[in-house]
Write a protein that binds this ligand. Structure first.
Ligand SMILES: [Zn+2]
Length: 508
């Protein structure tokens, strides 16, 4: 904490943050959910004031604006820590959903860039992160850095246009903490707001709600009768008239019971639904119309503050509206856990496939591959379990595509012979797979002259029956025990160092 105080004290820009920390520090307990972006600089405020005629003209175009993003994941010098690529993509997908109403979307111009540097990863002040931005920014894209900001007690921060490190057509960045980069978080949308010129809704006003010049008054009447003061929402506070005056510069849960009066003795009622307020994540859901128009204006012409973001042509990412067809495993198939091949059909436009495997409802595995198969080796999957999986195709412009339905499959015991179950045509055949207790089960394709071990497990994985014998022939009839309850069972057949599993249904 000392480091944060000393480093930030040296920067007037972050003075507000210090005041907050001193007066409200104790309420920020384990996870400080603070934005490190300071008040908007004067040039940003006057830029926003220049947009007033734009709001009143109502001449908004209806085009989609597509902005390139470069995502950087910061790790220690030895490659420790960081965030997975799929988790980063989930934040961009979520960001797109939050900006869709303003017809702004974000695409990835390349895959994740990793930066292995402990000085950046463990930064306790803005200095090393500024150096990082200077050295690592990719020009004409929105650079988002995901790193560990716990040393600074921050959720994230961003630079307003024409400020911060980086340089010409490369200025500033968004820096996100791992802790506030959860898939449904609002921090990235909030920081993107700053990056595209939006101040906090409480900017200026929270310093002193009674300040006659800088504090935004409650009234929206520009022709109040004296002694009442007229509206100043376009020239004070956050410079937006469709966000109410806000005085709360610390994290708050909605609705708030805190009130204060402006110079007209009107009660300020901050709106917790705006991303640019400091209300809690679950309170926030939107940008105002004027905020959206301001962000569009910030990128929408070549002389706009961030007009350079649209200089590179939008890559022609094909739309992805369906999910890949699964080849293997299909529902009820069995795979060898330490040598499992997952295969699916290619879909048009996909440059990457995301495969997720679940045990019960727990996502045990989530990765991206460029091919149309994934080969799970080692002990990633466990033996004699039920799993399920989903697959989808994505590209840099389509990160929220649909997943396939979730289908279950089974794993056999570990097999160390190295033959993949998916490709193995010599798997013994077992039938019927739906039968009644006490019925006969046929096994074909066994190895003659070797011992056989059959095991039956119930849905809870309990071993309810086993059978061991020397097997004379290539086929065999087995009687299923007559005292088992109805339901699904997993039959495993082990012979000569190989294991296979089958799903059985015992009917009434
Ligand atoms: Zn902020």
């Amino acid at each position: 904490m000392k480091n944060l105080l000393f480093s930030a004290l040296s920067t007037i820009r972050f003075g507000i943050l210090i005041l907050l920390w001193v007066f409200h520090g104790p309420t920020w307990t384990a996870q400080a959910q603070v934005c490190g972006t300071g008040p908007a600089p004067a040039n940003n405020l006057s830029y926003l004031e220049s947009l007033i005629p734009h709001y009143q003209a109502q001449t908004e175009d209806t085009n989609w604006i597509r902005l390139p993003v470069t995502a950087h994941v910061v790790r220690s010098s030895s490659g420790f820590g960081g965030m997975t690529e799929t988790a980063v993509y989930a934040t961009i997908c979520n960001l797109n959903e939050r900006f869709a109403s303003g017809r702004i979307s974000f695409y990835l111009s390349e895959r994740i860039r990793y930066i292995n540097n402990t000085a950046y990863y463990g930064a306790t002040s803005y200095g090393p992160l500024g150096t990082m931005i200077d050295q690592e920014n990719i020009a004409r894209t929105i650079n988002i850095y995901y790193t560990d900001l716990s040393g600074m007690g921050l959720c994230g921060f961003a630079y307003y246009p024409l400020s911060g490190p980086g340089g010409f057509q490369n200025d500033g960045a968004i820096v996100m903490s791992f802790g506030c980069s959860q898939p449904n978080g609002t921090t990235l949308a909030h920081e993107m707001g700053h990056y595209l010129s939006l101040p906090h809704t409480f900017d200026q006003t929270s310093n002193n709600p009674l300040d006659p010049n800088d504090a935004e008054r409650v009234t929206r009447n520009f022709n109040e009768v004296a002694p009442r003061l007229s509206a100043n929402c376009f020239t004070a506070g956050d410079r937006f008239c469709d966000t109410p005056s806000d005085f709360i510069a610390g994290r708050w849960s909605c609705p708030s019971s805190r009130t204060t009066l402006d110079l007209n003795n009107d009660v300020m009622k901050p709106d917790s639904s705006y991303y640019m307020s400091y209300s809690n994540d679950n309170c926030m859901s939107r940008f105002s119309e004027q905020q959206m128009m301001a962000m569009r204006a910030t990128v929408n012409s070549t002389n706009a503050p961030r007009g350079y973001l649209t200089l590179n042509p939008y890559p022609n990412f094909p739309a992805i509206t369906s999910y890949p067809a699964k080849f293997f495993p299909q529902i009820t198939d069995t795979v060898v856990p330490n040598n499992a091949l997952f295969r699916w059909a290619p879909i048009n436009g996909a440059s990457l496939y995301q495969i997720k495997i679940f045990q019960f409802n727990v996502n045990v595995f989530d990765t991206l591959v460029e091919d149309t198969f994934y080969h799970a080796l080692g002990n990633r999957l466990r033996g004699m379990r039920q799993y399920s999986w989903i697959i989808r195709g994505i590209n840099g412009g389509n990160l929220c595509t649909p997943f396939s339905p979730r289908d279950s499959f089974y794993t056999s015991t570990y097999v160390f012979a190295g033959v993949n179950d998916a490709l193995n045509t010599s798997k013994p055949i077992v039938y019927p797979t739906a039968l009644s207790a006490g019925d006969l089960l046929t096994l074909e394709g066994l190895q003659a002259g070797t011992p056989i071990l059959l095991t039956l497990r119930d849905p809870l994985g309990r071993n309810v029956w086993s059978f061991q014998d020397y097997n004379e022939d290539e086929g065999r009839l087995i009687k299923v025990p007559g005292d088992l309850p109805f339901g699904h069972y997993l039959l495993t057949c082990q012979q000569a160092g190989r294991g296979y599993a089958y799903r059985l249904l015992l009917k009434p």
